[in-house]
Design a protein around this ligand. Structure first.
Ligand code: NAP
Length: 290
């Protein structure tokens, strides 16, 4: 027997398996394209000949493939599903909360204890202090896999038995990340148009990241409390700033689609009479569905 089986050896599954091996875990691996297992086997992993063999090899089975449909294609066949009974199944492929609830129900029907996880890091960070894997679902599955998960990531917060919580927070994080990145890409075009170095913009934003984080945390507290008045900066001020970015795009003849989209939403906030409130009052515009 091994300690843990990793099914899926893309960049992330490989990084998880490697972090486990480097921290002394006995690891079995399986991948649809077998050649990807070879470097890990050279590092001490045991290659499984089939998905069923991988499931049988360890009490804890971690899946990290492209998505949930790919997971089910691998785990549905009868011999695999039968081997899952009594095992802890940890799903680390990215999905929605609904995917996670479906995964839990599917695993329960087959007698497996199910934990759903979301990785907030890139492969090169796995095993390091800055990596996080959020997990939610069965508490017994969490307890049985905790020591292994802590070899894969620096921090493994358990969010409780609501199995959709990890993927919900993951998608909320990705919403912040990707939409923030779009804002950065527009800022990069702005710098290009003004003859400034984009690398300097990146470095400047990295240095102010803790202050931005503080503002986001404050907005979270405001929305949670539902008290939007008395903020240091108003929705009006933010709306005017966005209009300025839209005007600069026109003046510099660059694509202004990203700031125009954001300015349009803030205009709705101003039109709804929320100008004197915290910018967090934009949540009221979103609650109305735009
Ligand atoms: P990926 O391209 O999302 O997944 C590649 C893995 O999925 C490979 O093992 C691939 O097998 C397997 N796969 C895809 N379709 C399959 C199918 N129909 N049947 C069997 N296996 C299938 O790359 P990844 O970066 O390793 O990501 C894995 C998961 O981690 C994803 O859900 C991703 O969202 C999540 N994640 C990734 C990152 C990151 O930075 N990379 C960060 C956080 C979370 P083959 O090798 O045979 O093609």
């Amino acid at each position: 027997m091994r300690d843990v089986s990793i099914i899926g050896l893309g960049p992330m599954g490989t990084a998880l398996a490697r972090a486990l091996l480097q921290r002394g875990a006995r690891v079995a691996v399986w991948n649809r394209t077998p050649a990807k297992a070879e470097p890990l086997v050279a590092e001490g992993a045991a290659p499984a000949a089939s998905v069923a063999e991988a499931v049988k090899a360890s009490p804890v089975v971690v899946v990290c493939v492209a998505d949930y449909p790919a997971t089910f294609r691998l785990l549905e066949p009868g011999d695999v599903a039968a081997a899952l009974a009594g095992k802890v199944l940890v799903q680390l492929s990215t999905g929605t909360p609904e995917d996670a609830r479906g995964g839990q129900a599917w695993a329960k029907e087959r007698g497996a204890d199910y934990l759903d996880g979301a990785i907030l890091a890139v492969p090169s960070q796995m095993g390091r202090p800055e990596s996080t894997i959020l997990v939610s679902g069965s508490e017994t599955a969490y307890r049985e896999s905790k020591a292994l998960l802590e070899k894969m990531a620096g921090s493994v917060p358990y969010l409780g038995q609501d199995v959709g919580a990890a993927s919900a927070l993951d998608l909320a994080f990705l919403s912040h990340l990707f939409l923030g990145l779009l804002g950065f890409y527009h800022g990069a075009r702005l710098c290009e148009a003004e003859g400034l170095r984009v690398a300097d913009l990146g470095a400047m934003l990295a240095s102010v990241a803790p202050a931005i984080g503080g503002m986001i945390k404050q907005d979270g507290d405001v929305i949670q409390a539902g008290t939007y008045l008395g903020s240091e900066s108003s929705l009006d001020t933010c709306a005017r700033g966005l209009e300025m970015i839209v005007r600069q795009a026109r003046e510099a003849r660059i694509d202004g689609g990203i700031p125009a989209f954001a300015a349009g939403l803030f205009r709705k906030g101003v039109a709804a009479g929320l100008g004197d409130e915290s910018p967090a009052a934009m949540i009221k515009v979103l609650r109305k569905g735009g």
